[in-house]
Design a protein around this ligand. Structure first.
Ligand code: CTP
Ligand code: MG
Length: 230
């Protein structure tokens, strides 16, 4: 008698962007952060997470050589698309016909992700089809016009979204196949397909490196001892 492989959770790490807003010559996920490439740190966090059975790395074809030292034989390597959503879809399609039943989809440019948050996102899927980490907005919120405050907006109920966003595999695959394109993140894709997305408390340190100044902030967080072993 043959037994099917047990269902497992995959981490999809999207790292095929070009990092135009951060500048700096090299795409941001390949730049140095505390002595190691940003992406090496992101990958290491998921390798250490007990809940993650498999890694899918979404890379730009130009970056394959750079990535060689970070890849293990058991990893799935997928080429990115020209938008984040297409990069994620390519990764999901690569998991069809595997035993993966849950996915955590994470930005390669968030290297300070904590093991605790990874575990909490995986656990959230025990009681939900989809879950995403976020922090409540605490600053006042304005719309500006020509350097002046044109409007103050209520911030009640507003959240700052993070990754990893977590999904049961079949519904998020179907949602991406149906989505016309242009989504900022996978929650947008999921909601367009009618999925209910549970909010899980995120981590302040889990910032996305987006502009040049974010590197100094991330270095300061590392210097405090955050993810020291990674
Ligand atoms: N990403 C991707 N494929 C794309 C675009 C983005 O895999 N076509 C990934 C990035 O590598 C990053 C994450 O999605 O890890 C979040 O995207 P973002 O912060 O916007 O990164 P970039 O698109 O690289 O940066 P920019 O928008 O400033 O060019
Ligand atoms: Mg982008």
């Amino acid at each position: 008698m043959t037994t099917a492989a047990a269902p497992e959770t995959a981490a999809i790490i999207v790292a095929a962007g070009r990092g135009l807003r951060a500048g700096g010559g090299l795409p941001k996920q390949w730049r140095d952060l505390g002595g190691r490439p940003v992406l090496a740190r992101t990958i290491e966090a998921f390798r250490r997470a007990p809940a993650i059975g498999r890694l899918v790395l979404v890379l730009h074809p130009e970056d394959r050589d750079r990535a060689a030292a970070l890849i293990r034989p058991e990893d799935l390597i997928v080429s990115g698309g020209d938008t984040r959503a297409k990069s994620v879809k390519n990764a999901l399609e690569a998991l069809v016909d595997t035993n993966v039943s849950r996915v955590l989809i994470h930005d390669g440019a968030r290297p300070l992700i904590g093991l605790d948050l990874i575990a909490r996102m995986q656990a959230a899927l025990d009681g939900a089809t989809a879950a995403a980490p976020a922090l409540p907005l605490t600053d006042a919120l304005w719309r500006g016009e020509e350097g002046r405050v044109a409007e103050t907006l209520p911030r009640d109920g507003l959240w700052r979204a993070q990754t990893p966003q977590a999904f049961h595999f079949a519904p998020i695959l179907a949602a991406h196949r149906a989505y016309p394109g242009g989504a900022a993140d996978d929650v947008e894709v999921a909601r367009a397909a009618g999925l209910d997305v549970r909010i899980v408390e995120g981590e302040e340190d889990n910032l996305k490196l987006t502009v040049a100044a974010d590197f100094a902030r991330a270095e300061a967080i590392l210097a405090r001892g955050r993810n020291m072993e990674i």
